[in-house]
Design a protein around this ligand. Structure first.
Ligand SMILES: [Zn+2]
Ligand SMILES: [Zn+2]
Length: 259
């Protein structure tokens, strides 16, 4: 099936520009240097699936004209990946969903964080309505959604195991410092690979440009896009120094691929 992947956000946890920063990237006039928090949207036929709901979800959804969400997959429970969950409300009500709840797929540790942070959604008995109509689904392996398969790919984020996802000929791996050998084996033959590349300087919980380039050498996907980018990497200058088939992603980037 042909599908479209849209980069909803390509920035690191604080976003770019970063509050209070006057550096060259934070004050750049290039729109690709403005990075909201990291998330992607995958669409095929009439279906829309999100990976993560960032604190910028409202702005991203308005920018991309999102009218419906059929499912949300979570990578992990950090604030920059989950805090937009409340903003799915208008898309979760009866007029869009016909009374069904939006399914959320998350590994058990991430589901626990979602239940804690959004206790008012999952536990509240709020008689006035208005809560996001969402429902956590257990995820113990590949998730089948409307004829497509989303396979969780375990990666290591500092000392926490979190999820990347492979779907058809594409994979999205954000927030990792290491990819276990068993996971690398599941990433052969990709047309499109998204990789965390925070900056050049090493970081305890994130990959760098240099480290992610080594992964590209190993996996040889047709095209690679870096994400979770900090204000250390100016879009144009960084791209100029990367191999032809490796690019920084940017907010609003759309790619066609085989799902
Ligand atoms: Zn993150
Ligand atoms: Zn994180």
């Amino acid at each position: 099936m042909r599908a479209t992947l849209t980069v909803l956000g390509s920035g690191t946890s604080m976003g770019v520009p970063t509050i209070g920063c006057d550096c060259a990237v934070c004050t750049s006039a290039d729109p690709r240097d403005r990075r909201t928090r990291p998330s992607v949207m995958i669409q095929w036929d009439s279906h829309t699936v999100l990976i993560d709901t960032t604190p910028d979800f409202r702005q991203q959804a308005i920018r991309e004209g999102i009218r419906r969400i059929d499912a949300i997959l979570y990578t992990h429970g950090h604030a920059d990946h989950i805090l937009g969950l409340d903003d799915v409300r208008p898309l979760s009500f009866r007029r869009t969903m016909g009374g069904a709840k939006i399914p959320l797929y998350a590994a058990e540790n991430t589901a626990r964080t979602l239940r804690n942070v959004f206790r008012y959604i999952f536990e509240a008995d709020y008689k006035f309505g208005g809560l996001a109509q969402v429902e956590l689904q257990p995820m113990n392996g590949p998730v089948e959604l409307f004829g497509a398969t989303f396979t969780p790919i375990p990666v290591i984020h500092g000392d926490v195991p979190i999820e990347g996802y492979r779907f058809g000929s594409a994979a999205y791996l954000t927030d990792f410092s290491d990819i276990p050998e068993e996971s690398l084996a599941k990433l052969e033959g990709l047309d499109i690979l998204f990789l965390d590349a925070l900056r050049h300087h090493p970081h305890p919980t994130h990959s760098t440009v240099e480290n992610s380039l080594k992964i590209v050498e190993r996996l040889k996907p047709k095209r690679t896009f870096f994400t979770h980018i900090s204000h250390d990497l100016p879009h144009e200058a960084t791209n100029a120094a990367l191999p032809e088939n490796v690019r920084l992603s940017y907010d609003g980037l759309k790619l066609e691929f085989e799902l």
